[in-house]
Design a protein around this ligand. Structure first.
Ligand code: AMP
Ligand code: MG
Length: 321
């Protein structure tokens, strides 16, 4: 079973090809960059994806023999509808042209599955932290259940907005990470964990109001320590509830060394282990969609109709593989 997967939920358009045991044969992608001072403009991201789709497909055809493919997978959601539609159209056309079955894959489930593949974890508590998502997930009763999540904005987005308000471009996560390294003071900030859920809007507002009054370095450091401590608390609670012994960090924010440090320290104290999805597959990419398609198809999943599901939640998907 060799699958070609198409990712297009938000800023990235990607095409990946993955074989039966998870061999990644190809993983091409291009990312839309919003104009300075702005977040993703859906119509612009859509135009970007349309412009790069045929180029990346041609590149993929040149580097891989498409007659070896058995399946086309596409990211059906959650995501921005105009962007998702570009991926669906490309996948539909390709499936028709090659006379192959088509499978719609949940984007968040795909992040988890490629993470498990890349790290060798079996049954982790997953911390999925990206520009569009902040969720703590774990397999229970045949689904990836959401143990906790942000009640408002995702942490990656909060850092992007904070950096933008400081006058930096996208993505803001790496910028605030660099600034935080040069801090000399911790400023108390709103710490908002509600049960197993988190809220970042108060923290963002508080930090934003300090711009110009405190140094960007100290704001970034204090934001980071507070925001990441919240994540660590919720992940620890999920470990305690589920009895699981592995933590898997994924999504763009997983690249943050300080977050990795905090998670490693907490898991060590609980005699658990923390794993980080390598950057090559932690951001949005086509290989994760292709690989999840392989898992689904091998377990007998097939679909008669194909559409996008912009608001599909992780726990709507039955994990039958
Ligand atoms: P994704 O949505 O998974 O592609 O991830 C993008 C998000 O990851 C953006 O919000 C970035 O600001 C964030 N990000 C990327 N690198 C880092 C980093 N080193 N530290 C914190 N956030 C990061
Ligand atoms: Mg993502």
């Amino acid at each position: 079973m060799i699958s070609l997967g198409i990712e297009s939920t938000a800023h990235t358009f990607g095409i990946g090809i993955v074989g039966p045991k998870g061999k990644i044969c190809l993983n091409l992608r291009e990312t839309y960059k919003p104009p300075k001072g702005s977040g993703i403009i859906p119509a612009e991201a859509k135009a970007h994806h349309e412009a790069v789709a045929s180029k990346l497909l041609a590149k993929a055809k040149n580097s891989f023999d498409f007659s070896k493919l058995n399946l086309i997978s596409y990211s059906k959601g959650p995501g921005l509808p105009p962007c998702l539609k570009v991926g669906l159209t490309a996948a539909r056309n390709l499936a028709k042209e090659l006379k192959l079955p088509l499978l719609g894959v949940n984007h968040c489930v795909a992040h988890i599955e490629i993470g498990k593949l890349a790290t060798g974890t079996k049954d982790p508590v997953v911390l999925y932290v990206s520009g569009g998502n902040t969720q703590v997930l774990a397999l229970a009763g045949g689904r990836y259940r959401v143990f906790g999540e942000t009640l408002d904005i995702p942490i990656g987005n909060a850092m992007d907005v904070l950096a933008r308000r400081m006058g930096y471009g996208f993505p803001g996560g790496p910028v605030t990470a660099r600034l935080a390294e040069k801090a000399d003071k911790f400023i108390e900030m709103p710490y908002s964990v509600k049960g197993t859920d988190l809220s970042y809007s108060g923290l963002l507002t508080h930090a934003s109001r300090l711009i110009g009054k405190e140094s960007n370095e100290n704001i970034s450091h204090s934001f980071r320590e507070t925001g990441f401590a919240m994540l660590t608390e919720v992940v620890e609670r999920a470990l305690a509830h589920t009895g699981k012994k592995e933590v898997l960090l994924t999504g763009g924010v997983a690249a943050n060394v300080r977050l990795q440090e905090m998670m490693a320290k907490m898991t060590k104290a609980r005699k658990a282990k923390s794993y980080v999805v390598p950057e090559s597959v932690s951001g949005d990419n086509g290989a994760m969609i292709a690989w999840t398609g392989v898992l689904m198809a091998q377990a007998g999943v097939c679909e008669a109709t194909h559409d996008i599901s912009p608001r599909q939640r992780t726990d709507e998907v039955k994990v039958v593989w």
